[in-house]
Design a binder for this molecule. Structure first.
Ligand SMILES: NC(=O)c1ccc[n+]([C@@H]2O[C@H](COP(=O)([O-])OP(=O)(O)OC[C@H]3O[C@@H](n4cnc5c(N)ncnc54)[C@H](OP(=O)(O)O)[C@@H]3O)[C@@H](O)[C@H]2O)c1
Length: 276
C-alpha cells in the first residue's frame, strides 16, 4: 500500500516499486506463458496497458468488453508490437446480468485455465441512470457486475489452481475515492434511488464495495484453504477516458500533463505513457 506522499512523489514502497513504476518494470523477467488472464475493460486506459504488458510477458489475455470493435482494434495494436501475443476478445457488458452470464459461459466453453481475473472496467461520476436490470449504473458496472462475474468464474479459478498448482490472483480496481462515500457508507436501502443521488459519492460507494468484496472474498478463500489471492488497488491518477464526465478534472489533468485531453478514440497508451 503506497501512502499519499509516495503516491505523489513516486517514492518506492517496500516492494521497490512506486507510483512512477511502469507495468513493464514491475513485470520485468516474469514468464507468463503458462498463464491465462481475463481483463475487463481491457481495450482502454489502464486495462489496455495491463493487457499489453501481460501479453508482452506471454500471458494469454482475454479482454472482456462491451465495445468489441474497439477491443479488436486494441488487439491489432498489441499484435503489431508483440507478434507472438495471445489476445482474445469476448463481449461483456457489466451493466447487464444476462451479458455477464453469457460471457462466463463463453469463457468456460473455451476450456482454458483461469489464473488471473482483473476486475478493471469502470465508469465514474455519471448522471443518475439505471441499468437494464434496474440497478444504479455506477454500482451495477463497478461492483455488482464484477461481483457476479467473479462468482461465476470462481470454480474455474479453483480448478485451475488444483490442476496447475499455480496460485490464482483476483484484482479489483478500486480507488482512493472510496473514502468519498455517502455519509453512512453504502446506501444499502437506497442503492437505486434517484433521491439524494450524488454522482461523486455514488462512484466512491461503488469503489468502497470493490474493496469490501475483495476483503471478504479473500477471507473466505483463506478459510477454505484455496490458493487464490484477492486484492484491491488504487492505480494512481491517470488521465483516461474515465474522466469524460468531469470537465474540471479533464481540464486539470490536461494542464498537468500538458497534452490534449484523452478521448475514447485517442491513443490510450500515449496517455498512460505521459505519466510514466
Ligand atoms: N484513471 C484513474 O486515475 C483511476 C483512478 C482510480 C481508479 N481507477 C479505476 O481504474 C479502472 C480503469 O479505469 P481507466 O482510467 O482505465 O478508465 P477507462 O479508460 O475509461 O477504461 C474503463 C473501461 O471500462 C469499460 N467499461 C465501462 N462500462 C462497461 C460495461 N458496462 N461493461 C464492460 N466494460 C465497461 C470501458 O469500456 P468502453 O470503452 O466501452 O466505455 C473501458 O474499456 C476503473 O475501475 C477506475 O475506477 C482509475
Amino acid at each position: 500500500m503506497v501512502g499519499i506522499f509516495s503516491l505523489v512523489t513516486g517514492w518506492p514502497g517496500p516492494s521497490g516499486f512506486g507510483s512512477s513504476s511502469t507495468a513493464e518494470q514491475v513485470t520485468q523477467g516474469i514468464d507468463g506463458t503458462n498463464l491465462t488472464a481475463i481483463i475487463t475493460g481491457g481495450a482502454s486506459g489502464i486495462g489496455l496497458e495491463t493487457s499489453r504488458v501481460l501479453a508482452l510477458r506471454g500471458v494469454h489475455v482475454i479482454i472482456g468488453v462491451r465495445n468489441v470493435k474497439a477491443a479488436n482494434e486494441a488487439k491489432k495494436t498489441i499484435l503489431t508490437e508483440i507478434e507472438t501475443a495471445r489476445v482474445d476478445v469476448l463481449e461483456l457488458d457489466l451493466c447487464s446480468i444476462r451479458s455477464i452470464r453469457a460471457f462466463a459461459d463463453n469463457f468456460i466453453a473455451l476450456n482454458l485455465h483461469l489464473n488471473i481475473l482483473i476486475n478493471n472496467a469502470g465508469i465514474m461520476f455519471c448522471p443518475f441512470q439505471l441499468s437494464q436490470d434496474g440497478i444504479e449504473v455506477q454500482f451495477a458496472t463497478n461492483h455488482i457486475g464484477h461481483f457476479l462475474l467473479t462468482e461465476l468464474l470462481l470454480d474455474k479459478m479453483k480448478n485451475t489452481v488444483k490442476t496447475t498448482g499455480i496460485q490464482g490472483r483476483i484484482v479489483n480496481l478500486s480507488s482512493i475515492a472510496h473514502t468519498h462515500c455517502y455519509k453512512n457508507g453504502i446506501r444499502f436501502d437506497h442503492i437505486n434511488a434517484k433521491d439524494g443521488y450524488n454522482d461523486k459519492r455514488a462512484y466512491g460507494q461503488s469503489k468502497l464495495a470493490n474493496i469490501l468484496h475483495a476483503n471478504e472474498l479473500s477471507r473466505r478463500l483463506q478459510e477454505e484453504g484455496v490458493n487464490v489471492t484477492v486484492n484491491s488497488v488504487h492505480p494512481g491518477l491517470i488521465m483516461t477516458p474515465l474522466f469524460r464526465h468531469s470537465a474540471v478534472l479533464m481540464r486539470g489533468g490536461d494542464d498537468l500533463l500538458r497534452g490534449p485531453p484523452p478521448t475514447a478514440e485517442g491513443s490510450h497508451r500515449e496517455i498512460l505513457c505521459r505519466l510514466q
